[in-house]
Design a protein. Structure first.
Length: 98
């Protein structure tokens, strides 16, 4: 049996396995979904990890949207835009591993 809950506009789903619990998170009506495919020993551990990941992804999406708008208004060069966006992607990937 799976468990679903909403957190900061995302749906968090816990999926039990024989070894523990995995999580999937997504924004309803959007093509944004995340999972780290890590098996957590308890539902509480999986929920904590999922909520941390939602906070991280939400912050990244907002920052990238801001950078895109700033670039479109002519306040950032394409080089600056790409450097900032890549930095956010790199940080998100790194932070989601811990």
């Amino acid at each position: 049996m799976t468990w679903k809950d909403s957190y900061r506009g995302w749906v968090i789903e816990l999926i039990p396995s024989s070894q523990g619990y995995l999580f999937k998170c997504w924004i309803p009506d959007a093509q944004v979904g995340i999972s780290n495919n890590y098996i957590y020993p308890s539902p509480i551990d999986a929920i904590k990890a999922a909520r941390k990941r939602v906070r991280l992804e939400s912050a990244s999406l907002v920052l990238i949207q801001f950078i895109n708008e700033y670039h479109q208004s002519g306040n950032l060069s394409i080089k600056e835009h790409l450097a900032l966006t890549n930095s956010i992607f790199d940080f998100t990937a790194s932070a989601s591993q811990s």
